[in-house]
Design a protein around this ligand. Structure first.
Ligand code: AKB
Length: 331
């Protein structure tokens, strides 16, 4: 009886959800799409990006420019999409080079998707925010959910404004939008692009390839980080939570663990004893200086049960194991 109930539920989940992931070939999207397809079935998860990528060989794929509202609407209707994960964005370092484009993409892309839900064409949205919503005047340790937020980067400004829009669409139009403030994300399946926290991914690739890494942040620049399996788990959990559990409709603080370049280098040295790190700071140091060192995620824990699995030691050995495996398969 219990098995029948479980199978019926699973069947229901697989048949009733049609999910569109916009910006699916990026760092989060690559892993999120795989996980969503394991849950909902390959055919029910449509990957999409601004240009065609290798992902198109793995299941349904569409080329979408999220700034083209009409094109987006046509694809949503054609696939009968009811949930959208909007991941397309310019991250902190790239956004500083192209502030106007970053504002346009990060903001108008979100508004186009929020409008689809306001018009009841889709019924649920996931939109990522970031620790970049905080700024130099925010308390740096165990940064609370509600605190001073005066972001000094265009990326942070766009995420701050986006949070306000999400909350506004929820309060005014009942749009079911859910969001997390991601810390720096570390994963081995795909390369990051344009972030300040990206050093924590590149360090593994360079460490395995050449045994050295030149870091663009200072040795003591502590930042909040998270291993990708935890980030994917958090994203899917918040989307699957009952609507009444989601008490915060701007964005939830999310935490994994925090470390500095010096600390992650010491952890890598346990696996690659000759590994050497050098430091040559660039403009990204200023961005890092404006962000928190650690995050208080107790609201996420209280409301929908968030709990990370990985710490610095666990993440480092898993990253090295998987990257070594990936590289030896390639050879
Ligand atoms: C970045 O570094 O820009 C991102 C972020 C913290 O949102 N990884």
């Amino acid at each position: 009886m219990a098995l029948r109930f479980f199978l019926l539920n699973l069947y229901d989940m697989q048949t009733s959800e049609k999910i569109l992931v916009i910006g699916s070939s990026g760092q989060i999207g690559t892993e999120l799409v795989q996980n969503l397809r394991n849950i909902y079935g390959v055919e029910n998860v449509i990957a999409s990006d601004v240009k065609i990528t290798e992902q198109s060989k793995e299941g349904p794929f569409e080329v979408i420019d999220v700034l083209n509202a009409q094109g987006l609407l046509e694809i949503v209707k054609r696939h009968k999409v009811n949930q959208v994960y909007l991941l397309a964005a310019l991250l902190s370092a790239t956004a500083e080079k192209m502030p106007k484009l970053a504002w346009d993409l990060n903001m108008n892309g979100l508004l186009n998707v929020l409008e689809l839900a306001k018009e009841k064409i889709i019924n649920k949205i996931y939109w990522p925010s970031s620790i970049a919503v905080f700024g130099p005047n925010t308390p740096k340790e165990n940064t609370p959910q509600y605190t001073v937020m005066e972001p000094s980067t265009v990326y942070g400004i766009s995420k701050q404004a986006g949070e306000r829009w999400c909350e506004y669409y929820f309060n005014r139009y009942g749009v079911d939008v859910r969001s997390l403030r991601y810390p720096g994300l570390i994963g081995w399946k795909s390369a990051p692009g344009g972030g300040t926290t990206d050093y924590a991914v590149h360090i593994f690739h360079e460490g395995l390839k050449s045994g050295t890494y030149e870091c663009f942040l200072s040795e003591n620049a502590v930042l909040p980080m998270m291993y990708m399996p935890d980030a994917v788990k958090a994203t899917i959990s918040i989307m699957q939570a009952e609507p009444e559990k989601i008490k915060i409709r701007s964005s939830y603080n999310l935490a994994g663990f925090s470390f500095s370049p010096k600390e992650i280098a010491a952890e890598i040295k346990k696996h690659i004893p000759d590994f050497r790190i050098t430091y040559k700071q660039d403009s990204r140091q200023q961005i890092a200086d404006s962000w928190p060192k650690s995050i208080d995620a107790s609201e996420a824990f209280k409301d929908w049960g968030w709990k990370p699995e990985f710490d610095l030691t666990g993440m480092t050995s898993d990253m090295i194991k998987n990257l070594q495996k990936k590289q030896s398969i390639k050879i």
